[in-house]
Design a protein around this ligand. Structure first.
Ligand SMILES: [Zn+2]
Ligand SMILES: [Zn+2]
Length: 256
């Protein structure tokens, strides 16, 4: 009975596993995203304690506005206090874009290792729960990719991170839904860091579009890496033009 029924079961089980996708992963054993150390099935975020404590810049003080390291925790660094950098109201950076965390980001984006979106999203969830719990958000909006880039990569890493963040918080907080189609990217742009000052000003103009109104919403804008801050700044400007009252950048890694 057992021998004859075990084989036909294989197909439905495989189908269910595919359908349920990440849900089953929550129950399966897994390893630290950096060192592979086995973690408890529901460990959150998916880093071992040692790697979590050693994440680059994870414990340093940051400017609440732009996320750059500061000597002491401050709502705004000297530069932000002198001139607000953009439409962004706040930035939560989980760590610095430096080894070994940069390896995870690179493997996710360029190595197409989609499962790595989950530890990064969970890392954001843990940081947000710890740092910004007093400041509720209404939804998560991922920074979109242009259609060509999306087709090339097959997924948007920021959307996958936002989904993982939302799922990680689902049991402990009010639902924080992901709005994957609110913001779209009309064209790809060269990295700001590669451009001169004059080109930087016009590079991103008109590259994002927002569908529908976001009146009164407080938005968590999710991205994997924040470098100059211009991309999330421009995205925040477009979200606010659509009525958002507050936009907080949630980034896994901040380039110092
Ligand atoms: Zn580890
Ligand atoms: Zn600042």
């Amino acid at each position: 009975m057992h021998a004859s029924s075990s084989r036909p079961l294989a197909h439905p089980v495989a189908r269910a596993r595919r359908r349920l996708g990440g849900w089953l992963d929550h129950l399966a054993p897994r390893g630290c995203a950096l060192c592979g150390t086995a973690l408890a099935p529901r460990a959150f975020p998916a880093f071992c304690t040692g790697c979590l404590l050693d994440l680059p810049g994870a414990r340093r003080a940051r400017c609440g506005r732009c996320g750059q390291p500061t000597d002491a925790p401050a709502p705004a660094c000297t530069a932000c206090a002198a001139e607000a950098p953009s439409a962004l109201d706040a930035t939560l950076a989980a760590a610095d874009y430096a080894p070994p965390l940069d390896r995870v980001v690179t493997a996710l984006k360029f190595g197409r290792q989609l499962p790595l979106a989950r530890p990064l999203g969970e890392l954001l969830a843990a940081r947000w729960a710890g740092a910004l719990q007093g400041e509720p958000l209404d939804c998560l909006v991922p920074v979109p990719l242009a259609p060509g880039r999306l087709a090339q990569r097959g997924f948007n890493q920021s959307l996958e991170m936002a989904r993982a963040m939302s799922a990680a918080l689902a049991h402990a907080f009010e639902p924080l839904p992901v709005q994957p189609r609110r913001l779209s990217r009309l064209r790809e742009t060269p990295p700001q860091a590669a451009l001169g000052l004059a080109e930087r000003r016009t590079n991103l103009l008109g590259c994002f579009a927002c569908s529908g109104r976001l009146d009164g919403l407080r938005i968590g804008l999710v991205d994997d890496v924040m470098t100059t801050g211009s991309t999330v700044g421009e995205a925040a400007r477009v979200l606010k033009a659509a009525g958002a009252t507050r936009v907080v950048a949630l980034v896994a890694a901040r380039a110092p």
